[in-house]
Design a protein around this ligand. Structure first.
Ligand code: TYM
Length: 387
């Protein structure tokens, strides 16, 4: 946990304008290096893929021990991926980021992937949520995750409340090695934190022990504290220290403070938003770097550094360097208006969401979720395994 100058970053909350240079030091992680980017780019080329826009534009910007994963992969040793999603609200476009990137990494490394659905986490951390509400949310989250296109024989998706029996011996080993002081220092627990919250970190750490090779975890940087803690005792248990690849936060539509959150759904783009809702939200809320009057804008131009539409196009959607630089030039010279850059973004978001909805329907029709959770090759082995 880090908290200073009204900026707070925990796995549950992000407040204020995050200074990533500072956060990197406070969280004990490092920037992704050019060498690491080069390796991923070459690997992509071999697989007939392009460098991912999230890497190219530094949305994924930090890491812990990515070199170890790369070295291990070079030697042909097995590595594995692990990520997760805690149901507790509607999924928004920010939540898609780690999943889309994880799918890309699975294609690159052709490795196993474990997706944890901690259907206990938000119940413990959010006062107003009951288990019935969460169970309803689990279903729709699972459909969204099934739409991403993970390899059905190399992906295991599990809910904590169901898989806990299998994981329990490892949970015991883990929880015995984390003291209350460590948990308090890492997560900021206080006297009124419920004891479920204090126990929960061991559940999020355990999947890093599902295999003996290096575990690479793609997620936003808010989740790193769990994985930093894992490194204190993983080797004592006979496993490797886990490795992470970390993204910045997609902020709310209104600007640079905090992270996008479903609890402020007007200012977030939800995966269920219809094209007309996307249009309305972007036109109404997407923070503009344009000038207040047409005259001023034509004369002085817009500021791309603070314009949410430009930032989203840059970080998420427009991977063609020439096209994005052309947009930058046109907007900052005043030739392109705020309404025009918003229109570009609306088209891109609606295209992504339409594809996502189609993939979701297809996944439902083909029973893909059943494969990820029960019948696929990896899922089957996991249910048969003893830990
Ligand atoms: P959750 O459900 O809050 O978020 C799911 C994933 O989305 C990332 N994320 C974001 N990324 C970019 N911009 C945002 N605005 C944004 N909001 C959320 C999160 O970092 C996360 O990767 N405790 C976890 C669930 C979990 C998990 C894991 C996550 C269990 N095991 C292993 C990562 C890796 C949670 O509450 O995520």
């Amino acid at each position: 946990m880090t908290e200073n100058n009204n900026v707070k970053v925990t796995p549950w909350d992000v407040e204020g304008v995050v200074d990533y240079d500072k956060l990197i030091k406070q969280f004990g992680v490092k920037y992704i290096t050019d060498e690491q980017k080069k390796y991923l780019k070459e690997l992509a080329k071999k697989k007939g893929l392009k460098e991912h826009i999230f890497i190219k534009r530094n949305l994924f910007f930090a890491q812990m021990d990515l070199d170890k994963v790369i070295d291990s992969h070079k030697k042909g040793e097995p590595i594995f991926l692990y990520t997760g999603r805690a149901p507790g609200g509607s999924m928004h476009i920010g939540h898609l980021i780690p999943f889309m990137f994880t799918k890309y990494l699975q294609d690159l490394f052709d490795c196993n992937l474990y997706i944890q659905i901690p259907d206990d986490e938000k119940f413990l951390f959010k006062k107003d949520l009951n288990q019935k509400k969460i169970n309803e949310m689990v279903k729709s989250d699972l459909d969204d995750i099934s739409a991403i296109g993970f390899n059905p024989d190399k992906t295991f998706i599990f809910k904590n409340t169901k898989f806990i029996q299998k994981m329990y011996p490892l949970i015991l080993e883990t929880s015995k090695r984390i003291t209350f002081s460590q948990a308090r220092n890492t997560f900021g627990f206080e006297g009124n934190s419920n004891i479920g919250q204090i126990f929960y970190p061991s559940l999020q750490i355990v999947p890093t022990f599902f295999e003996k090779g290096f575990c690479l975890i793609p997620c936003a940087i808010d989740q790193n504290p769990y994985f930093l803690l894992q490194r204190d005792f993983a080797e004592k248990l006979g496993y490797k220290k886990n490795c992470t690849i970390l993204s910045k936060f997609l902020t709310s539509l209104t600007g640079p403070e905090g992270k996008m959150s479903a609890s402020n759904s007007d200012k977030a783009i939800l995966l269920t938003d219809e094209p007309s809702q996307v249009k309305k939200k972007i036109n109404k809320y997407a923070f503009s770097g344009g000038k207040p009057t047409l005259e001023e804008h034509r004369k002085e131009g817009g500021n791309c550094d603070i314009d949410v539409s430009f930032q989203w196009l840059y970080n998420l959607f427009e991977s063609d360097d020439n096209k994005i630089e052309e947009i930058r030039k046109e907007y900052s010279s005043g030739n392109m208006l705020s309404g025009e850059i918003k229109k570009l973004l609306i088209e891109k978001i609606n295209y992504l969401l339409t594809l996502h909805r189609e993939a979701k329907d297809e996944a439902k029709d083909s029973g893909l979720l059943e494969k990820y959770m029960k019948t696929g090759k990896l899922a089957k082995t996991m249910w048969e395994r003893e830990f």
